[in-house]
Design a protein around this ligand. Sequence first.
Ligand code: BV8
Length: 249
Amino acid sequence: MREVPIPSELVNRLRHARQVAVLTGAGVSAESGVPTFREAQTGLWAQYDPQELATPEAFRRNPKLVWEWYAWRQERIRQAEPHAGHRALVTMEQQIPEFSLITQNVDGLHRRAGSHQLVELHGNIFRAKCFSEDRPVENWSDDGEIPPRCPRCGGLLRPDVVWFGEALPAAALHTAQHAARTTEIFFSIGTSTLVYPAADLPFVALGLGATVVEINPQPTPLSPHVTFSLTGAAGEILPALVNQTWEAA
Ligand code: BV8
């Protein structure tokens, strides 16, 4: 497959950069076969709008339905593999002195690919917490009840992800905002730039004079403002970017 040509000015800036921050969204997992948030849900879940299900109100109203939706998503993610785009970000982390990978994705694919400097802004679908205590739960007895119950207080378990209307984990958000304020180059990859406060991060970097690069097959509210707009799939563009910046050096 012909490699996508990367603007030489971007290659030059990336080669000499000390600090790089990357924000990823569901589009980075799309080529691993994990549907994006905006893609229609399939089968049993086609009738539900994710933004309706990913809320505390939905869980209070029907905890079994919400727990089963996440179990279905976990199963799809278990069948997925990180792709060359995820691996290109691992190479970037190895090449850049101060690198931050901030993800909105809850699927854990960056960690499976080998990324370490990772900030999971919206939690992780494979972790559970007690809905009553709002504290993590590692193990619980599987007596068939759905959702399972907290071994400490008997409250219902829920996925350890950030639902709409819920605050992001303070430490993760603080780290992400610091990275956006101090970075030389900010990449916004595979995100519709619609969900706040994550969607604010590229604009913070832009406002402070960072080079902002967007990688997305579609335009987003960020697109008119970026320094470089690479139109296409993360799984194609990221390996080309890494090859032309470091391998070809
Ligand atoms: C909060 C986890 C307040 C759950 C998710 C202004 C300021 C602050 C808040 C708000 C605000 N306005 C509105 C709000 C409320 C809300 C919000 O932003 N709503 C939007 C819809 C307007 N925000 C919140 O509720 C947040 N909480 O603000 O709380 C608060 C503060 C203090 C105290 C109490 C309360 C919480 C938001 C987090 C919600 N949780 N996920 C789960 O997964 O089940 S969000 C979820 O949707 C994902 O995590 C992701 O972040 C988001 C979807 O966004 P994307 O990742 O961008 O994915 P999407 O499908 O939209 O787009 C895919 C993109 O990829 C597309 O652009 C496509 O073109 C591209 N693409 C496709 N294929 C590829 C590709 N790109 C590259 N390569 C490809 N191959």
